[in-house]
Design a protein around this ligand. Sequence first.
Ligand SMILES: O=P(O)(O)OC[C@@]1(O)O[C@H](CO)[C@@H](O)[C@@H]1O
Length: 515
Amino acid sequence: MPSKPPTSVIPSNPPKQTTLSLGELPPRPQHFTHSPGKQPRTPSRIDPNNPPWPAYRGYHEFSFAHATMGHRLPTILGKAIDDVVRTLNEQSDEDRIVDLVEAISRMQDLMVDLTGNTKLRPIIDDGEGDIPLWNKEIAQFFQGKDFMNAPWLFAEAYKYRRLHECFSISKYWKEYDVFFRQKCDTFSRSSKAVFELSTRFAKPWETPAKGLDEAKQTEAVRLMFHELTQVCLWGNSTDLSLLINMTEEDIKKLQSTGGDHLAATEKNILGNDLPRLWETVKRIGAKPDGRIDFVLDNAGFELYCDCVYADWLIQSGLAKQIRFHGKRFAWFVSDVTRKDWDWLLNTMIYGQLFPEASDEEMDTLRLLGNRWKQYERDGKWIYEQHPFWCTGYTYWDLATEAPDVFLHLSKSDLVIFKGDLNHRKLTYDCEAPPATPFPIAIGPMASLPGAPPVCSLRTIKSDVVVGIPEEVADRLNRDEDGWKISGKYAVVLLSDGRPGEKVMFGALGRGAFQY
Ligand SMILES: O=P(O)(O)OC[C@@]1(O)O[C@H](CO)[C@@H](O)[C@@H]1O
C-alpha cells in the first residue's frame, strides 16, 4: 500500500475532478466492444488448458461441447465399430482376422473410456511423428484431466487420436480408415451439385473478352472470384459428422451452387472480408510466383469444391502454385487424407459412381480430373501432410510446436483455412466476445513476424464466433436458437499478418504474443 502523502503537499484548493484531454490519442475502435469482465487472459498465462478466454468444456451442460462429448462422439464411434465389423466379415485370412478382432476390442475399450469419462492417458507409441507432441501436451497440461473436464477441443481431438491408435498398433490394419466408406458414399450422393459445377467449369476458363477495357475485365474476374469463393465456403456446410440425420433432400439444398442461391446466402456471411480478400488475391495475381495454401477440411464434396476453386485460381493466373494440407490419418470423421485426395481425382476419371449421369456429364468430370492430375504433375498443385495437423494443439502453438510448418506457411502469399474445426483451432476455441477482431482472436498466427495473410472460410457449426458485430450476435442469440451450430451462417475473415518479415523463433515462448 502506498503511504499517504504528507498533508503539507496536498494543495489547499484541489480541483474536484481531473479532466484529461484525449484529442491526440487514436480514436476508440468501434468494432471492439466486449462486455466488462471478459478481458482476455494475460498472454504469459495462456496454455492449452487455459485459453485466452474461457474454454468450452464437455461438462458444461446444455452446450454443444456437452452434446458432442456425451452423445455425438459415442454415436460416431458406434458407427465406426459397425464399419469395422463389416470389413471383418469380408476377410478370409486368419491372421488378418485376428488382428482386426483385436482392433475392434480396442475400439470397445475406447467406448468404455469415453462413455465412462475416464482420465486421459498417454497415446501408445506407434511410431507416428505426432506421438511426442501428444504425450508432451498431456503431461504438461492435462494430467488427471478426463474427457469431460479437459477443454472440448483437446478432448475431442484426443478421442480421434485414440481411435487411430486402435489400428496403428495393429499388424495389418495400420492405415485403416473407419470413415472411408462414409466419405465416398456422401460424394456419390452429391451428383446434382457435382455436375452443376463440372459442366460449368470443365471447359478451360477464358479470360473476359479482349474487347473489354481493363477495368471491365478486372470487374469480370472479381465477380467470378466472389462467386467461387462462396462455392468454396458453402461446400463446407455438408460435413459428415453432422449429417447423421439428414435426408438426401436436405443435403441437396445445402449443396445448391446456383447464382440466386449464392446471392441469397451472402447475407448469411456475418463477418465478411470478401472485398479485402479480393484485394489480397489481386496482388498475388500480379506476382510471378504467387502461392496460395489451403489447410483442408472435409473430403468428398467439400474437397471437390476446393479443387474447382483452386483450378480457377490457377487458370485465371491469380495463383501460380497451390499447396493443399491434409491429414495423415482419419480425423474428425470426414477430414481429407492422402487416400481421399487420390480417391477423388481417380474416381472422377475412372469411377462409375453416378449411374444416372449422361455421357456428357461424365466427360466433364473426367476432363476436370485429368486437368487436376496434370497440375500435380506440373507442380502447380502440391498435396502435403504434416503430423502437426492431427495433434491437440491449437494454431496459437503452431510456431512453437511445429516451427517448420510455420516457416513453410510464412512463405505463402495467403493461407486459407477451411471449415469449423480449423476455425476453432485458429481461435483457441474459447468464449471470445463475438466482436473480437479476427487478428486478435488468432493471436500469434496474426502477430508473429512472418505470419502470412490468413483467411478463414467457415460455416459456423460450433460455439466460438468472432469477427462479427456484437448487435448481430445479440439478435441471433435472442431470436434464433442453435444459430451457432446449424451451418446456416458463415464467416469469411482475413488477417493481413506480417508477411515478408523475418521469422525469428528465438524470441518465441508462450508469452511472446501481445494483444
Ligand atoms: O470442421 P468441419 O467439418 O467444418 O466441422 C466439424 C464439426 O462438425 O465437428 C466438430 C465437432 O464435433 C465441430 O468443429 C464442427 O461442428
